[in-house]
Design a protein around this ligand. Structure first.
Ligand code: ATP
Ligand code: MG
Length: 574
């Protein structure tokens, strides 16, 4: 290793290197690329990014950072029909939100002239030809895994003829689909991707950047490697389904036999396992379907595994990055437990979310032995373990709300919350005992009549009697009315794609994935909460202010509950 290379940052965790880091270390040691590391994140702008993309982003940017390199953002916009600027903008926003800054921002479409020139060069070298077979014929000629392909009758056209036809394809002389440009590799190859793959097709489609300048568009496999080489990417990290495409990736670049087009050494493709998550779907096509069918409110619905959905739900970029680090880098496909993601979110919010009191399903409590004039203020900490987060004052008055879940007309064993005759602590305020239960005509409990012990102000009785239950509460007159949206998994089955024969994956949708509570009552300080702000509602979970909130009428999304399903998981997996 030469002395002027940037020193890699020490590995954050004391874990051993994963296989991609090992490759990078070996390349540095060998002085390949002069020790340079340049990775890229290459989304196709045909949808919003999801947590799987976040894994790829963290990996690409993380590798570059660890080895003193940089990462390009490249929009792989070679397929004009499915792509849109809306997606480009969202992708830029999401990558930045995750905390990464790219070096170059590129578009594969910017390379159309270069790709075209290189294609002409391949034709001149006898490495590519224009083929007039129909799509169906090409498929038939290609054979399959057991049957070798047959040569196209157009395979032996001369370079001159091919060049003439290719130029006329570009000039728009032929109808869509009538001709293609193919690489001339070999129809007997054991790797189907190598059987004279398509390089260009004719398609009169408007492109969101190049407009109508082109009527021929390069295929992904051709454009991708060439784009990497143009940008002098050193390590081209992609997912496993591209393993079989690697020989083709290399082939296209190696045909630059005179070294006229690309800097050496050429980029190297490295594959790792896609990330999947339980109880959700990950492909953009499927997510788009959920949006189009109105199953969710949009790409940023908090139930979606998209980055914008997670953001709206209240998840932090730090939690996503921690999750990406924990799932690791594997060579075999994996499904991460959504419980692990929730664990990472909780772990992060536990530190940073100020505590607040919020009653989700209000039940009125009247303290009958308290006079109006007895009302007082309670000062409570914003975080039990972090005094720097300060304190706030809450009004405690004669009429309060507690959560319906905290009362039972008939107390089961070990029930320490409120019940007829039972005494509980109202957090930070005092002890109250339930004396009477008021029901409406249908028998539903509508109000509790309680008595307080004035000597217990602050929360403890001077006689030291033990009161186990502590409840959160809000003052009825001061409370802010809010809508609270509770989310559960989108699907009822761990792997929604593992559907029975003939069954539609959408029948596995969870009808209870959204529960809206329109009558929640929050402590007064939350009236000023701004969209995106995150809090822990004591005893309930972590919540974030939804952008749909109106002044005086906040809407909160439950990011994650307090219950730790991870603990169970951890016990199982050790
Ligand atoms: P999808 O199949 O979800 O539509 P995609 O692979 O078509 O995803 P691209 O826009 O092509 O989406 O992906 C950009 C980059 O993100 C690629 O390098 C791809 O390998 C990577 N990527 C996509 N999905 C995942 C995933 N689930 N796990 C890890 N990396 C992923
Ligand atoms: Mg793709």
């Amino acid at each position: 290793m030469s002395a002027d290379l940037p020193t890699p940052e020490p590995n954050p965790e004391s874990r051993s290197l994963h296989f991609i880091e090992e490759i990078l270390e070996a390349d540095r040691a060998a002085g390949k690329h002069g020790g340079r590391v340049l990775t890229r994140f290459p989304p196709e702008p045909n949808g919003y990014l999801h947590i799987g993309h976040a894994k790829s982003i963290c990996l690409n940017f993380g590798l570059a950072k660890a080895y003193g390199g940089a990462t390009n953002l490249r929009f792989d916009d070679t397929n004009p029909v499915k792509e849109d600027v809306e997606y480009v903008d969202s992708i830029r926003e999401d990558v930045q939100w995750l905390g990464f800054q790219w070096k170059g921002e590129h578009y594969a479409s910017d390379y159309f002239p270069f790709l075209y020139d290189y294609a002409e060069y391949l034709i001149q070298q006898g490495r590519a030809y224009v083929c007039d077979l129909s799509e169906a014929e090409i498929r038939e000629y290609r054979g399959n895994f057991h049957v070798p392909g047959k040569n196209s009758p157009y395979r032996d056209r001369s370079p001159e003829e091919n060049l003439d036809l290719f130029r006329r394809m570009k000039a728009g002389e032929f109808p869509d689909g009538s001709r293609v440009l193919r690489a001339k590799i070999g129809m007997a190859s054991g790797n189907m991707n190598m059987r004279d793959p398509l390089m260009y097709r004719i398609r009169r489609a408007h492109h969101h950047r190049t407009g109508d300048a082109w009527c021929i568009y390069p295929m992904y496999d051709y454009a991708h490697g060439v784009s990497d080489a143009i940008e002098t990417i050193t390590h081209s990290v992609c997912t496993l389904e591209f393993s079989d495409h690697r020989p083709l990736y290399d082939w296209f670049l190696e045909q630059d036999v005179e070294g006229r087009f690309f800097q050496r050494p050429l980029p190297r493709q490295i594959e790792f396992a896609r990330l999947n998550l339980t109880y959700t779907v990950m492909s953009k096509r499927r997510l788009l379907q959920l949006v189009q069918d109105g199953v969710v409110r949009g790409w940023d619905d908090p139930r979606m595994p998209t980055i914008c959905g997670l953001r709206r739900r209240g998840c932090t970029p730090e939690a996503v990055r921690a999750f990406a680090e924990r799932v690791g880098v594997a060579k075999r496909d994996m499904v991460a437990d959504v419980g692990l993601l929730e664990f990472c979110i909780r772990e992060d919010l536990e530190k940073r979310a100020p505590r607040r009191m919020a009653v989700l399903r209000p039940l009125k409590v009247v303290i009958t032995n308290m006079a109006e004039g007895d009302a007082f203020e309670v000062e409570v900490a914003n975080h039990p373990d972090d005094p720097s987060m300060g304190t706030r004052k809450l009004p405690f008055t004669r009429e309060l709300f507690i959560d319906q879940d905290d009362f039972r007309a008939e107390a089961p064993k070990k029930w320490f919350r409120l019940a007829p005759g039972a005494e509980v602590r109202l957090r930070g305020a005092c002890l109250v005992t339930c004396k009477d239960v008021i029901k409406d005509a249908s028998g539903a409990v509508v109000e509790l009549r309680c008595e307080w012990d004035p000597a217990s102000r602050g929360g403890n009785a001077p006689d030291g009697r033990k009161v186990k239950g502590t409840l959160h509460w809000v003052s009825a007159a001061h409370a802010v009315k809010a809508e609270v949206r509770l989310y559960e998994a989108l699907f009822t089955q761990e792997d929604p794609m593992a559907v029975a024969e003939g069954q539609d994956w959408k029948t596995l949708l969870n009808p209870g994935s959204l529960e809206t509570l329109a009558e929640a009552r929050l402590e007064p300080s939350l009236a000023l909460a701004q969209p995106g702000e995150r809090f822990q509602f004591e005893r309930t979970g972590y919540f974030a202010v939804d952008p749909d909130s109106q002044p005086g009428r906040p809407i909160f999304n439950r990011t994650v509950g307090l219950k730790d399903s991870w603990a169970k998981l951890e016990a199982r997996i050790g």
